[in-house]
Structure formats: structure tokens, C-alpha cells
Write a protein that binds this ligand. Sequence first.
Ligand code: F6R
Length: 244
Amino acid sequence: MMLNVFDDHTDLSFQAARIICDQIKAKPDSVICFASGETPLSAYSLFTTLMMAEQIDYEHFTLIGLDEWVGVPPENHGSCAWFLRTNVINPLNLLPGQYRLFDGMTSDLPGECVAMDEFISERGGLDLIVVGIGMNGHIGFNEPGVSPDLYSHVIELDEITSTVGQKYFKEETRLTKGITLGISHLREAKTAMLLASGERKAPIMKATLEGEISMEVPATIMREHPNGLVLIDQKAASLLTARE
Ligand code: F6R
């Protein structure tokens, strides 16, 4: 795993965008998983701008949505689907066959998990997974205590996730379950990139990078990834004892 500490969120976002672009440049049929959330927002905006400015061919790249709130429809602005459509899929005009997002409204959630896993494995697995980190150390909706051996699954949300998750919604929304790629997807991805920014992420970044590797803090699994990249800003790094 490699740790990179940037001056601020803007510098971090430029580097993250560059890494995603370069992945597609090097392998046009890359399969890339995108997290939603505040942290990667600027990186995605820069990514779509760079793709067009540099005329990088992205007709053959596939986008995977990392997770979704169960029971939240895609037209809700707080959904992960809405986030990825607005910030990546629509700006790049991706074709329907080029992306797959979890349907959090389906009556067949287990079938949705199987379909996602098949979609990814039929395309040769993930080349790159871009993730954020929750205040409790979750990755996607892989909450503390999750099994590291899971692929796509449905999970009861941790109280911290349900509470913090309200920030994405205009109205208070009942958030009890999530559907998410599993830690096995992250472990098997050729590259895993974790982004974290701001002071509020400093305690969990300390636990992630300096605490015991354990599923009590799922993000610690990044330290075992042979091609793990952790991009954080100075504020998120402020509690680390050893900085690179
Ligand atoms: C969202 C996701 C979550 C977020 C995490 C951080 O798709 O998977 O794990 O990455 O909760 O969210 P932000 O970036 O809003 O702090």
C-alpha cells in the first residue's frame, strides 16, 4: 500500500482524477468501480473534464456503482445512482451497457447481488476500485464487523452510517439497509484507491493506517492490498504519527 498526503482536497482530487484517466488510457476496456459521496465529487468532475480535454477513448470502459441505499429510488437526489448519473455517467454520455448500478428498490435483493457479481466477473473483474471511508471505517457499505470474504451483499447499516448519511438527503430519510460490493471485490481489484479529506476523517484515518488490521475497521484491509493507494489531505493526516 502507498500513502500520499496532499496539501488539500483540490490537490488530492487532481491526483485521483489523473489516476482514473491514466487507467483508462492504459487499458481502454477497464472496469472501474466508483464510490459516491462528498470526497470524490471534485475528482469526478476533473476526471470527466480531463477525459474530454485529452480526448481519451472511453467507449469501452465500464463503470460499476459501489453501493446503494436499500429502499431509495434512483430519482432521489440522495441516492448513489443519482450521484453517479449526475457526476460521471451523464457528463460522459455513457451508454446503458457501459455501466451497472445497484437497484435499491428491487424486490429481489439477493438476485441483484448475483447479477452484479456476474456482471463484474464476466468483464474480467475490477481493474480499479475508488472508495471513500465512512466515519466508522466502512468501505462502501461494508460496515464494522463485516466478513472479508463477501462479494455483493445486503447489510444492516451501522447507526453512524444512517445518521451521517442524512447529509445526502433534502428530507430526513429512513436508512436501514445498504446493498454493496464486498471486501472480496476490493481485495481482488487490481488497484484499490481510497480517498479521505478533512479534519473529521483524521481519527478514522489514524485507526485505518496505524491501528490493528481488523474488520472492526474495514478500511484497514487497504494495508494488505498489494496495489493499494491511499490519497489523503493534510487535515485527514493530521493525527498520523508517521507521515510519508
Ligand atoms: C458511498 C460509499 C461510502 C462513502 C463514505 C464517505 O458510495 O460507499 O462508503 O464513501 O461514507 O462518504 P463521504 O465521501 O461523503 O465522506
